[in-house]
Write a protein that binds this ligand. Sequence first.
Ligand SMILES: Nc1ncnc2c1ncn2[C@@H]1O[C@H](COP(=O)(O)OP(=O)(O)OP(=O)(O)O)[C@@H](O)[C@H]1O
Length: 250
Amino acid sequence: MIETAKDIGTEAAARAEDLRRVYGRGGAAVHALNGVSVNLAPGTFTAVMGPSGSGKTTLLHCLAGMDRPTGGSVWWGGTEISRLPERRLAELRRSRVGFVFQAFNLMPAMTVAQNVELPGRLAGERPDRRLVLDALARVGLAGRERHRPGQLSGGQQQRVAIARALVARPRVLFADEPTGALDRATGHEILALLRAGVDREGQTCVMVTHDPVAAGYADRVLLLADGVLVDALDRPSAAQVAERLSRLGG
Ligand SMILES: Nc1ncnc2c1ncn2[C@@H]1O[C@H](COP(=O)(O)OP(=O)(O)OP(=O)(O)O)[C@@H](O)[C@H]1O
């Protein structure tokens, strides 16, 4: 396993051991992950990079309990989640992990506050207004709770999605190209927000990105190629990431 000194002696917020994911069967089988082991230390920001099709999103989905590995195991703290029954996994996912997508995935007819409350409501909980307003304040959207997503900029919409992901105070925040639909300046605001959550609140954050500058916000950059973890760079500069990535053909 590629690890850093930071991992040693710390129980990982999430970890994968010899993770394998095969899509399809026989001659058409695609080995998206081919034995990946990673430790996500609590309170760290990890970027996952690699050429197109290298398995980044598959790794994120398996670590977040949104996809089932074909082999190996995924752990959240001391709990192995890869073999839990679907119902139990869904419950645990609600409280333990948050997910942010490239395409904000907000409900346009609902207000900002209703969007943030939605995962809880779907799980049958009564919304806690104080927690919703607190989550919106944390992402810099205090006072916007009655707006509809269409009245907000792209960056503000992504902030709503981050508030929605953080409202249940998850141990790990997963983000799949969270700045992919944003201009560079707005993207940096979102990355700075993710970074601040790690630095100020001890949030653990994992992000897939194609952008070496975005990866420069991370503590550690994992590099995948053909479903295998080929390198881990600690606190690299954007230039170092770009150089390493270009050697991988990404
Ligand atoms: N549901 C699926 N069914 C079949 N094949 C899939 C499925 N999901 C992913 N794959 C394949 O698995 C491999 C890894 O895909 P994945 O999306 O994880 O890569 P990625 O590194 O995130 O790519 P990109 O940078 O293009 O988003 C690819 O060859 C992809 O075509």
